[in-house]
Structures are given as structure tokens and as C-alpha cells.
Design a protein around this ligand. Structure first.
Ligand code: NAP
Ligand code: L37
Length: 281
């Protein structure tokens, strides 16, 4: 059986650590505030936004929830972002993805003032990450790195494989692993012989969105396997991209779903919001 990387527990520890930083800000007269924009009614997004709001409440960050209808126009959304950019009491914001299909996400994300970009998705922050300058890190990849570090898994010199190449998970994940001197391969929907490549990985990160696609025979014995996937089955159960039972037999370290990367994503979001208030409060 693999060692469990308990994101739920580690995220709770991190939130505890962050409370002190919130108190220090409040002592300076700054109440950190995170605005969360949710457009439309994607059911998964609603759950994630609710969990983000709860985490804010727990550690003392003011959260501002902005709900917009599925029919919202790109211009309306951009105007809301500009209003929040101007609002001195708002330190950080995020736009929950996916957005309704009439809206160009990249265009909208680039409207967020880079210093208030809690997700690190603004092109300037992405550019800073990819050119080796300090930057606000995308929450999910940052949470995965934190799990790897806290498990004591070495990264430098290791073979890492990331399955998935989205701007929000796969690409920044690969970059963070590269920054720590892993030898990184990125796989995607056109990759041939996926299993042959994943079997070489000392560190394997799966961010695809296909239930249980990574099975035990695709994993190197002893590998550290991070499951980013969140897939809701017809029976309502949430499972990852990793077939937990078969991979558990082979891997050295494994994250559960739920209770793995999800809570870490939120802990890193809280950290980004606090950092924004510390720097620009
Ligand atoms: P996405 O934008 O849909 O990207 C999925 C990636 O998987 C794409 O790069 C795609 O390749 C690749 N892919 C699709 N089918 C494949 C296959 N058969 N073999 C190999 N690669 C394949 O998704 P995302 O936003 O990165 O999210 C990925 C998963 O993580 C989803 O389940 C999402 O819900 C979850 N997620 C979880 C968290 C968390 O905090 N736990 C946060 C964000 C996302 P192409 O580029 O070639 O299409
Ligand atoms: N800002 N965040 C932003 N933009 C996006 O496009 N996808 C995405 C994003 N991601 C995000 O919010 N991810 C996320 C995923 C899972 C959780 C929270 C955020 C989470 O709370 N997961 C819990 C349980 C969820 C459930 O029961 O469905 C977990 O334990 O994994």
C-alpha cells in the first residue's frame, strides 16, 4: 500500500499557519479581502466556490462573492473586474472557470490587475513564472508541490511526467517541477503509448478529467502519484483520474480524491490572497 498524501490534513495545518498572518495584518489595520466571481451555474464550480468561502471564514479573510447569470456578457464581466481593481478594500480576486461559452476566458483573466490576481492566471504572472521570476503561483500546481515537499519526496534529478497541458494545471505544474530540477515530460490527448511514458515517472501528476484512466500497470513501482482529477460519477461519487485501488498496490505515495489536491488548492488560494494583502494592503 502506498503512503497516503493527506491533503485534507495538510491543508488544515496550512490554514492554521495562515491565521497568524491574517491576525498580523489586522493588527496593522488591514482586513484581507478576496473577491470570488462566479458566472453561471456550473454545479462543480458552485461547490468549489462554497469551499473557498468557508476557508476564508475560517481564517478570517473577508470574502466577497459576486454571482453573475449564465447570460452575462463579456463586457459586463470585464466592468465588474475593473470595479474590483479600483476598490482599495479588495486585495485579491479570482474568476472561477469554466466561464459561460460566450466569454473569452483569456481576455477576461487579463483584465484582473496582476497584483490582485489570486490564481496567477494573468498573462504577466504566467510570464513571470515561465521566465523564472518570482510570481504568484497557480493554486493547484502550488498545492501539488506543497504535498510533494511535505511528503519528503525529492524532486531534483528525478523523472517527472505531467499528464494534461492546460494553462491552469498541466503547464504550470510542469514548470514548477522543472524549476526544481526535475526532468519533465508533458503528455496530452495526442500522446502515443501513454503508459510507456508514465511508467518512467518517479513523480506522476495526472490532470486530465477522465475517471480512473491511470491504472496500476502505467505506474513505476514506488512512484509518487498526484491525482488532480475531479470526476463526478453518475452515482454522485467523486473520483480522480487515477484508479486508486490498482495504483495503490504499485505507488510509493498517492493522493486520495477527494481529500487530496482539492483542499490544497484552496489553502494555496488563501496564501495568495494573504500575500497580496501583505504586499499591497
Ligand atoms: P482541461 O483543461 O480539460 O485539460 C485536460 C488535459 O488532459 C488536456 O491537456 C488534454 O489534452 C488532456 N487529455 C485529454 N484526454 C487525454 C488522454 N486520453 N490522454 C492524455 N491526456 C488527455 O482540464 P484541467 O482544467 O487541466 O483539469 C484537469 C482535471 O483536474 C479535471 O478533472 C478538473 O476537474 C481537475 N481539477 C482539479 C483541481 C483541484 O484543485 N483538485 C483544480 C483544477 C482542475 P489536449 O490538450 O490535447 O486536449
Ligand atoms: N479559480 N479555480 C479557479 N479557476 C478554475 O478554472 N478550475 C478552476 C479552479 N479550480 C478549483 O476551484 N478547483 C477546486 C477543486 C476542488 C476543490 C476546490 C477547488 C475541492 O474543494 N475539493 C474537495 C471536495 C470537492 C467535492 O466534494 O466535490 C476535495 O476534497 O477534493
Amino acid at each position: 500500500m502506498a503512503i497516503r498524501m493527506d491533503g485534507k490534513k495538510i491543508a488544515a495545518e496550512i490554514r492554521g499557519e495562515l491565521k497568524g498572518r491574517v491576525e498580523a495584518l489586522k493588527a496593522r489595520g488591514i482586513e484581507p479581502c478576496l473577491a470570488v466571481i462566479l458566472a453561471g451555474d456550473d454545479p462543480a464550480s458552485k461547490i468549489y466556490v462554497r469551499n473557498k468561502k468557508r476557508a476564508c471564514e475560517e481564517i478570517g479573510i473577508r470574502s466577497l462573492e459576486i454571482l453573475l447569470p449564465e447570460s452575462v456578457t463579456e463586457q459586463e464581466l470585464i466592468e465588474k473586474i475593473r470595479e474590483l481593481n479600483e476598490d482599495r478594500s479588495v486585495h485579491a480576486m479570482l474568476v472561477q472557470l469554466p466561464l459561460p461559452r460566450q466569454i473569452d476566458s483569456l481576455k477576461v483573466l487579463d483584465e484582473i490587475a496582476p497584483e490582485k490576481d489570486a490564481d496567477g492566471f494573468h498573462v504577466v504572472n504566467a510570464g513571470r513564472l515561465f521566465t523564472g521570476r518570482a510570481s504568484v503561483l497557480p493554486c493547484t500546481p502550488a498545492g501539488c508541490m506543497e504535498l510533494i515537499h511535505r511528503a519528503g519526496v525529492e524532486v531534483s534529478g528525478k523523472t517527472a511526467v505531467v499528464v494534461g497541458r492546460s494553462n491552469i494545471v498541466g503547464k504550470p505544474m510542469a514548470q514548477l517541477l522543472l524549476n526544481e530540477n526535475a526532468t519533465v515530460t508533458i503528455c496530452h490527448s495526442r500522446t502515443r503509448n501513454l503508459g510507456e511514458i508514465t511508467r518512467k515517472a518517479d513523480i506522476l501528476v495526472c490532470a486530465v478529467g477522465r475517471a480512473k484512466m491511470v491504472t496500476g500497470e502505467m505506474v513505476k513501482p514506488g512512484a509518487c502519484v498526484i491525482d488532480v482529477g475531479m470526476n463526478r460519477l453518475e452515482n454522485g461519487k467523486v473520483v480522480g483520474d487515477v484508479d486508486f485501488e490498482s495504483v495503490d498496490e504499485v505507488a510509493g505515495y498517492l493522493t486520495p480524491v477527494p481529500g487530496g489536491v482539492g483542499p490544497m488548492t484552496i489553502a494555496m488560494l488563501m496564501q495568495n490572497a494573504i500575500l497580496a494583502a501583505e504586499k499591497h494592503g
